[in-house]
Design a protein around this ligand. Structure first.
Ligand code: N01
Length: 512
């Protein structure tokens, strides 16, 4: 399927598949394809190893805030998880083992960054261009790029003038020795609340720049004992039972997020009580107490963040950042915070500018342009005008309450069924009907209006204009049900026999 000067286009008549990315989505897709007996696929990975977000987010303290029995593939339980909420290294190791066990490595082209993809209308194929100048031609293109892969640097005046070290949490600079340094962390989201306790013991002083206080809850973490690991290995049903129980306990929370935000509101006094117990100083307590509804932004479970904030070498700065200056950060109260390093734990481009790669669909339609008013898709998977293109973790598939791996497996099943139906029914293209996509989006946006995410806070879940393009407004089992079978009736199809009437395309141009 790869075309370059040395390799003539031999796969153009085939039904090959290109997958982008080797996180849970890309690897899971590859595994499921192989299990279904489909082997003509390639996975393009920009880095030199697998892992996606769990490879890139190697900041100190990085770990999962969903239990690992649940935050792993259903078909590949790991009896060896060392604690309830595994750390980044352990999850990355799990993904590496999956890639090896299912013999995916021969399918992966590392150091192969996709720079664009263009649909060839006449051939019904995607031409996928890489930074190295190669073009891969495929019948089906699957994006496993994830929703949180593009770090967002803060738009703070003077950021380029800082003389010390400055880096994003998802691009941690391990060469910078934190010991005895004065470090500023911008942001108090999910990444920051893990970084702050991890670096606090090493640094001389830590200044945490908070714009909005997050809702923090205790994290029910604990070590998983050797005995439990042995039992899980010997009796897989036990581990399955643990997973099912975690799934349903989390699913119960969805009631508060998407059905009855009142339920979460009723929990607020409990969490406030926790803050009162955990934070002794009333001034600090007031600073860390959120002023918006519980659940509107991601709830952050951690047992160590408040403790770290109360250490003598830590300051929580809430006066607002005015500018970054060569020596540090100047806040709106006129104070200059002199720093050796600034960590931007400022999140990702999630709701805005979210086309996984520059993508041109039928008639040269640009996905960025189509999504100018906010990304939308059908079942978070397909987009009208972009035939044979499937997304995993596409628009409105994110969750506030449970494991993304569950959603990822749902979308993999949907995409796999699409590919199988295309092959069985000899379909050249499948393209979601615009009316099916529009009806679906009308439905989910009507439902989103009643969720806790729409109760007035500013979050990365929504675009600047307020459209929630990231979250699924329902139970995860509903999403699973709706993606179980590829619903061909919602798609325009072109059959291969019909396609034969079309003159053969000039493939040489695909190499340009
Ligand atoms: O990013 P965030 P994150 N000046 O967007 C602040 C997943 N995740 O990397 O709240 C000053 O949540 C911003 O302030 P505000 C998870 O889905 C999972 O922490 O916008 N501050 C906020 O405090 C998560 O939700 C795990 O007012 C600025 C922070 O930066 C998602 O990744 C672990 C600013 C950004 O928080 C993103 O989390 C880590 C500015 N100009 C992450 N710009 C797991 O455990 C931004 N901020 C699975």
């Amino acid at each position: 399927m790869k075309m370059n000067a040395a390799t003539p286009n031999t796969a153009a008549q085939g039904d090959s598949i290109v997958i982008i990315g080797t996180g849970f989505a890309g690897l899971g897709m590859g595994i499921r394809l192989k299990q279904a007996g489909i082997h003509d696929f390639v996975i393009l990975e920009q880095a030199s190893s697998v892992g996606g977000t769990w490879r890139d987010n190697h900041y100190p303290g990085a770990e999962c805030d969903v239990q690992s029995h649940l935050y792993s593939f259903s078909f590949e339980p790991n009896p060896g998880w060392s604690k309830e909420f595994a750390a980044q290294k352990e999850i990355l190791g799990y993904l590496e083992r999956c890639a090896e066990k299912y013999d995916l490595l021969p399918h992966i082209k590392f150091a192969t960054e996709v720079v664009s993809a263009r649909f060839d209308d006449r051939a019904g194929m995607w031409d996928v261009a890489t930074r190295g100048g190669e073009t891969y031609r495929a019948r089906v293109l699957v994006s496993g790029c994830g929703g949180l892969s593009k770090p967002s640097m803060p738009d703070i005046p003077g950021i380029e003038t800082f003389r010390g070290k400055l880096f994003h949490s998802a691009r941690w600079n391990h060469e910078f020795d934190m010991n005895d340094k004065v470090v500023g962390v911008i942001g108090t989201g999910a990444s920051s609340v893990q970084i702050v306790p991890a670096i606090q013991p090493a640094v001389r002083r830590l200044e945490v720049f908070q714009r909005t206080a997050p809702w923090i809850t205790p994290k029910p973490d604990r070590k998983i004992t050797r005995r439990e690991q042995t039992l899980f290995a010997r009796f897989p049903l036990l581990q399955k039972a643990a997973r099912v129980s975690q799934y349903w306990r989390r699913e119960a929370l969805a009631v508060g997020f998407v059905k009855q935000p009142k339920v979460l509101k009723a929990l607020e006094p409990l969490v406030r009580f926790y803050i009162e117990r955990a934070v002794k100083d009333p001034v600090l307590r007031q600073k860390v107490t959120p002023d918006y509804r519980l659940g509107c932004k991601r709830i952050l479970p951690t047992n160590t963040y408040y403790r770290a904030l109360q250490k003598p070498n830590v300051d929580l700065v809430t006066s607002g950042i005015e500018a970054i200056v060569p020596e540090g950060i100047r806040t709106k109260d006129g104070q200059t915070h002199v720093l050796d390093a600034i960590v931007c734990a400022t999140g990702f481009e999630a709701a805005e500018a979210v086309a996984p790669v520059p993508l041109r669909g039928r008639g040269g339609k640009d996905l960025e342009h189509v999504w100018l008013d906010g990304a939308e898709a059908y079942l978070g998977s397909t987009v009208a005008g972009f035939p044979n293109f499937f997304m995993i973790v596409g628009p409105n598939t994110g969750l506030g309450h449970s494991s993304m791996v569950f959603m990822i497996e749902s979308q993999i099943a949907y995409t796999l069924d699409a590919i199988q139906q295309m092959r069985q029914k000899r379909l050249s293209t499948v393209e979601v009907k615009p009316e099916a996509q529009a009806a679906y989006n009308r439905e989910i946006h009507a439902r989103l209006a009643d969720t806790v995410w729409n109760t007035g806070c500013v979050s990365w879940y929504r675009t600047r204009s307020g459209k929630n393009t990231t979250l699924w407004p329902g139970y995860t089992f509903e999403f699973r049900r709706r993606t179980r079978v590829f619903d061909l009736e919602s798609y325009e199809v072109v059959r291969k026999d019909a396609e034969r009437a079309v003159p053969a395309p000039a493939y040489a141009s695909a190499n340009n």
